[in-house]
Design a protein around this ligand. Structure first.
Ligand code: UDP
Length: 309
C-alpha cells in the first residue's frame, strides 16, 4: 500500500520522504519513483530518527506524516508479535513527535481489527469493538488501538492535527507471494493449480477494497478537516468460500478446496459502514472486486513467471 501511496503522492506533485525498515516491504516497489521528488530512507520508526532525515527541509516544510508502518498480515504479525507491538506504540510515538516538532499533520493508518470479532454488523466508527486482549491477533489489534488513543491524546493534549483511517482488507498488485493473507494465498494457489486453503468452513466474511480506492480514501482524509476516525473499505461483502470460487473462476484453473483450521479469534464477519466516508470525504470505492481481482491476478501471473525464470 505504501508504494501505491508514494506513486499517487508524487503524481500529485508532493515531495515525499519514504521511510521503511523493509521487514515486509520491498524497495523495488518504489525504485522507479526514487529521485528528485522521492527520497527513500531506511529507518525503523522504533529507533531514533536517523541523522539527516529531514535535513533538506526548512522550517514548516513538513506538511504531513502518514503512519502506515506495521506488518499487516496475520501471519507476519503472528511471527513478529513484539516487533508489531513496538511499532504500534514506540514507533507511532516517534512519528507523532516528529510531526509535532515540525507542525505537521499526522495520519494514522488504523484498521478494522480495532473492532475485533465484531458483535455489531456492519461496523460503524462508533462501535467500540470486541477484542480478546490475550489472543495472538491482539498484538496487532491492540497496537492499532493504542496508536489511535495516542494520536487522539496528542490532539487533546497538544492540539496536534490528527487523522485516523480504519482500513478494511485492502488488496492489489505488489502484495508478497508469501504474504499469507487470503487474496495472495488464493491467487497464488489457483495460478499454480493447487487447492485453495480455506480456513474454517469458509462461512466467515470479508469485504475487499482495491488498493487505489484505499489510497484515494487515505488522501482525501489526510487533506480533510475531519479529526474523528473514518472507515476506509469496500462494503461489498463475501464469504471466504464465495471468494475462493470467484478466484477459481477468474483464474480458470484449479477448483479444489482444502479446509484447514481457523486461526484463533478470526473475525466471523467484517463489513464497513462507510456512511461517514461518503458524507465527510465524498468517497466511496470505484473498483469492483471482479475488476480488482483481475488486475491482481494479472500482476501475480507476471510476478510468478519472473520468479520462475
Ligand atoms: N483465510 C483463508 N485461507 C487462507 C488465508 C486466510 O481461508 O489461505 C481466511 C482467514 O481465516 C480469514 C480471511 O480469510 O477469515 C481473511 O484473512 P486474511 O489473513 O486475508 O485477513 P484478516 O481479515 O483475517 O486480517
Amino acid at each position: 500500500m505504501g508504494s501505491w501511496l508514494c506513486e499517487r503522492l508524487v503524481a500529485d506533485g508532493w515531495s515525499v520522504i519514504c521511510v521503511d525498515n523493509l521487514v515486509t516491504g520491498r524497495r523495488e516497489n518504489i525504485a522507479a519513483l526514487e529521485g528528485e521528488n522521492l527520497r527513500f530512507v531506511h529507518w525503523d520508526i522504533c529507533a531514533h530518527p536517523p541523522e539527516g532525515l529531514l535535513a533538506d527541509l526548512g522550517e514548516g516544510e513538513l506538511d504531513l506524516v502518514m503512519n502506515l508502518a506495521c506488518p499487516a498480515s496475520p501471519v507476519d504479525y503472528g511471527n513478529l508479535p513484539l516487533f508489531t507491538m513496538r511499532t504500534g506504540s514506540v514507533g507511532t510515538w516517534n512519528l507523532l513527535e516528529l510531526a509535532r516538532n515540525h507542525g505537521a499533520r499526522f495520519l494514522m493508518a488504523s484498521t478494522s481489527e480495532v473492532y475485533g470479532d465484531p458483535l455489531v454488523h456492519p461496523q460503524a466508527e462508533d462501535y467500540t469493538g470486541n477484542v480478546n486482549t490475550l489472543s495472538p491477533r491482539a498484538v496487532y489489534d491492540e497496537s492499532k488501538r493504542f496508536s489511535e488513543t495516542l494520536a487522539y491524546t496528542y490532539f487533546r493534549h497538544f492540539g496536534s492535527e490528527i487523522r485516523i483511517a480504519r482500513i478494511f482488507n485492502t488488496y492489489g498488485p505488489r502484495m508478497q507471494v508469501e504474504d499469507g493473507r487470503v487474496v495472495s494465498n488464493f491467487v497464488v494457489q489457483a495460478l499454480g493449480g493447487a487447492p485453495l486453503t480455506v480456513y474454517g468452513d469458509g462461512s466467515q466474511t470479508r469485504s475487499f477494497c482495491y488498493v487505489t480506492d484505499t489510497v484515494e480514501g487515505l488522501l482525501r482524509l489526510a487533506l480533510s478537516d475531519f479529526g474523528e476516525p473514518v472507515n476506509i473499505g469496500n462494503p461489498d461483502e463475501y464469504t471466504i468460500a464465495q471468494f475462493a470460487q470467484m478466484v477459481i473462476d477468474t483464474v480458470g484453473l484449479g477448483g479444489e478446496l482444502v479446509f484447514k483450521g481457523l486461526p484463533p479469534d478470526d473475525p466471523k464477519v467484517r463489513r464497513p459502514d462507510i456512511s461517514r466516508a461518503r458524507r465527510v470525504l465524498g468517497w466511496e470505492p470505484q473498483v469492483t472486486l471482479a475488476d480488482g481481482l483481475e488486475r491482481t491476478i494479472a500482476w501475480f501471473r507476471d510476478r510468478l513467471a519472473q520468479d520462475g525464470e
